[in-house]
Every structure is written in structure tokens, then in C-alpha cells.
Design a protein around this ligand. Structure first.
Ligand code: HEM
Length: 410
């Protein structure tokens, strides 16, 4: 499976490699900058993007009666990871028109005054929105996708083309950052990758750098955006949860920082429960038993055997989580050891998500800003939006079936 997630330039990256030394080297080079401590220096970027996202959501609510929060959270997470990775983002939040294609039958996002760069931004948005489905297609039909690079096979050719485009977005962005470093060699804008551009520092080859940055922009946007979308929807539809969260958020001081959010118990329970019931990467994560074999849960496994587990079923084990299908943040008030052990939205072990601190920082900040701005937000019924739109569809990543989530403020 991991081979199918190679970058469009053929290079492996930190996510797709199965080579232990390659992985250890990349993890060592990338971990420091994205650690919890270091992320403090990037918090202002997340705060600023969060403010803009909430402002745009408010404008859309005023204009249409409801906002498609899935779209705006996608622009938010994409802008954050873009700016943190490349020093400059695609500015999706600025350029994304308030017009919402999710409100079917109203104006379309791309119709008016499309110029070349705007079209590119929207192509990028469309490609990102399809990452979850296309990742699944690449895993399920690898040979057909390869064939589709030579033959016109609808769907598969588009999947191939999108993976090539994702690579060129990353290449262009790295080149742009290189130009920024060349213009100001002594004071380049700090990014999660800037250490790798410093003369004299250990680094990686240019194709590896492109491949890792591609891993960041794909792994770091959909996942966070879909988590935020489900969180907003799940809180807005439950009148016993929303007021409690809103009340807690009202206690925040002016100019609050992430440090203030980390200590809010209910906010963090809401996030933890969202990541349980709506895990954004809930599918099987295959692992190969090393040469010589080993015992797994009382079963002897010969070397080379592939074993897999997934968050989807772990998070719904009724012996661990009572009423597992119920969104109940309070279950995390005093969690048992079994609950903590079975919670694996970010995977586990040596391959645990490298972006987990960034994802949680984004979730805390965006949730706080949203519910402080719209304490009376509720799920909209406009344009026939209903629970069916939010049914979870899972390939490798998970997304809501209707690919939209309409929320209105009273
Ligand atoms: C709520 C949001 C997120 C969820 C649910 C999530 C989930 C996961 C999971 C389950 C894995 C393990 C995959 C495996 O074992 O093969 C993973 C790995 C990874 N994630 Fe995330 N992720 C999220 C956000 C992010 C962000 C913001 C980034 C940005 C850098 C990111 C980058 C990565 C990378 C590079 C890996 C591969 C790590 C390795 O193999 O060493 N993720 N993520």
C-alpha cells in the first residue's frame, strides 16, 4: 500500500517509505521543527488564519444564510500547512470566494472573473478535495492508474494527472522558497523545512525535499479540515454540548493564547471525542513482521507476515467505549487506561503522525474562534442539507459523503 503513495517524482517520502534507515533519517531531520515546543513560534500564523477563516464563514452566513464550513476549514488547514512548509501559502482563504458551490443552485465558485492564478488556486483546491478518494483509487488499482498515464481511462487518468499536479505544486513552492532564501540568505522566513536549506546543516536531496513537502501538504490539510468539519457539525447539532463548550470558552482572557486553550477541560474532551468517532485516517495501517517472526497478541507470526489494525474498529469497541456510536465528549472526563490505549487517530509507534501537535493546535484554535464568534451556530437545513451528507466515506482517508457541511448562525 505505501508504495502507492510515492510522490509524483517517484521519490519516497517520510510517509510512504518502508525503508527503516530512510525513515529514521527523515524523521530525525523533520521532527524538531514540528515538535510541540517549536510550534509555539508558528502559533501566530495559525491564529491569523483562524481569524480569517471565521471572518469568511461569517460573511458567507450573512450572504447565503449558511456557510459551507467544510470548504472554509479546508482553506484554513491548507493555508496553515502551506505557509508553515513553504513560507507562503496559496492564500486560499483570501482568494476563496464567499460564493459556495456547496449551496447547489446558487452562484458557482469559479464562474466570475476567473484569472489564471485564481484558476490555479481552484484547481489546487479541487485536487486537495479529491486526495481522499484518489488515494483510495491508487491503493486499490495501482496498475490501472499507472496504465492511465499512457491511455485515456477516465477517472484513473484524472487520478494520475492529479498526483502529477500535486508534485508540481510542491516543486513550485520549494523553488519559491529557495528564491526567498537567496534574496535574504541571513534572515530567511522560518518554516518547518528552513533548517534543510541552511548551508553546513545535514539535509536531504531536492527530490526528497519535494516528496516530503508533498506529504505535508496532503497529509496535513484534508485530515485536519475533515476533523474540524465533523467537530463543528457534532457540536452544533447537540444542544447539551454546545452551550457547555460556549460557556467554557467565555472564560478565556482577551488575547488568549494556545496555552490558555490547552487547559480548558471540555474543549479538549470535545476534540478527543471528535478524533475518536470521526477519525480522519481510520483505515487499515499495514505493518510487516520482521525476519525471524514474533508474537502478536498471543499468535505467532512468521517474518514477512502483514498485520493490520485500524482506528475505525478500535474506536468503536463497545467493551472499551460504552455506546460507541454516541458523540459524548464527557466520556473523556476520567478515561480508563483501556480507553487511552485504544484511541489511535494518529496511528502509533515509530510511524505515529508527525503532525499531531500541529493538528491539535489548529483544532483548539479554530474551535475556540468559531464558537466564540457564533455561540448560537446550528446545523442548516438549507438546500436539502441533512445527516446523509455527513455519512462517513472511507477510502484511506475519511470524508463526509455530501462533501459539504452547512452551518448557520442565528
Ligand atoms: C487531525 C489531523 C490528522 C490526523 C487524524 C492524522 C492521522 C495520521 C495517521 C493515522 C498517521 C499514521 C499513518 C501510518 O501509520 O501509516 C499519520 C502519519 C503522518 N501524518 Fe498525520 N494526521 C493528521 C494531521 C497531520 C498534519 C497536520 C500533518 C502535517 C505535517 C501530518 C503529517 C503526517 C505525516 C508526514 C505522517 C507520516 C509519519 C511517518 O510515517 O513517520 N498529519 N497521520
Amino acid at each position: 500500500m505505501y508504495d502507492m503513495f510515492r510522490s509524483g517524482n517517484g521519490s519516497y517520502n517520510i510517509f510512504s517509505t518502508r525503508d527503516l534507515d530512510f525513515h529514521a533519517r527523515h524523521r530525525r531531520l523533520l521532527s524538531g521543527p514540528i515538535s510541540e515546543a517549536n510550534l509555539k513560534s508558528f502559533e501566530h500564523i495559525v491564529q491569523a488564519r483562524g481569524d480569517l477563516a471565521v471572518e469568511k464563514i461569517g460573511l458567507a452566513m450573512k450572504r447565503y444564510g449558511a456557510a459551507d464550513v467544510m470548504k472554509w476549514w479546508m482553506f484554513f488547514s491548507t493555508d496553515v500547512i502551506g505557509e508553515l512548509t513553504f513560507g507562503d501559502s496559496f492564500r486560499m482563504l483570501e482568494q476563496g470566494k464567499v460564493d459556495s458551490p456547496a449551496l447547489r443552485g446558487t452562484r458557482s465558485l469559479t464562474r466570475a472573473s476567473a484569472n489564471a492564478s485564481f484558476r490555479q488556486v481552484n484547481q489546487y483546491a479541487r485536487d486537495l478535495q479529491k486526495v481522499a478518494v484518489q488515494g483510495g483509487i491508487r491503493v486499490a488499482f495501482p496498475k490501472v492508474v499507472k496504465l492511465a498515464s499512457y491511455l485515456p481511462l477516465p477517472l484513473f487518468s484524472e487520478t494520475y494527472a492529479a498526483s502529477q499536479r500535486m508534485r508540481s505544486y510542491a516543486e513550485e513552492s520549494i523553488r519559491r522558497y529557495e528564491r526567498m532564501v537567496a534574496a535574504e540568505p541571513n534572515n530567511p522566513k522560518p518554516t518547518l523545512f528552513s533548517k534543510l536549506f541552511k548551508a553546513g546543516e545535514e539535509t536531504m536531496s531536492p527530490p526528497e525535499l519535494v516528496a516530503d513537502s508533498q506529504a505535508y501538504i496532503t497529509a496535513g490539510s484534508d485530515t485536519t479540515a475533515h476533523s474540524l468539519t465533523y467537530l463543528t457539525w457534532a457540536v452544533c447539532r447537540d444542544e447539551s454540548i454546545k452551550p457547555r463548550l460556549v460557556k467554557e470558552l467565555e472564560t478565556l482572557p482577551d488575547g488568549y493564547r494556545d496555552e490558555d486553550l490547552k487547559v480548558l477541560p471540555y474543549l479538549n474532551q470535545v476534540i478527543q471525542e471528535t478524533l475518536r468517532l470521526y477519525a480522519a485516517a481510520p483505515a487499515l495501517l499495514p505493518r510487516e513482521i520482521p525476519t525471524g517472526g514474533c508474537e502478536v497478541d498471543g499468535y505467532w507470526m512468521p517474518g514477512g507476515t502483514v498485520v493490520q489494525t485500524q482506528a475505525y474498529s478500535m474506536h468503536r469497541d463497545p467493551t472499551v467505549y460504552s455506546e460507541p456510536e454516541r458523540f459524548n465528549p464527557s466520556r473523556w472526563e476520567s478515561p480508563s487506561k483501556e480507553m487511552k490505549d485504544a484511541w489511535m487517530p494518529f496511528g502509533g509507534g515509530a510511524r505515529i503522525c508527525i503532525g499531531l501537535h500541529l493538528a491539535q493546535l489548529e483544532l483548539r484554535i479554530a474551535t475556540a474562534k468559531f464558537f466564540r464568534a457564533f455561540p448560537n451556530a446550528k446545523v442548516s437545513r438549507l438546500d436539502g442539507f441533512n445527516n446523509d451528507d455527513m455519512e462517513q466515506v472511507i477510502y484511506f482517508l475519511m470524508y463526509p459523503k455530501g462533501k459539504r457541511c452547512l452551518i448557520q448562525a442565528l
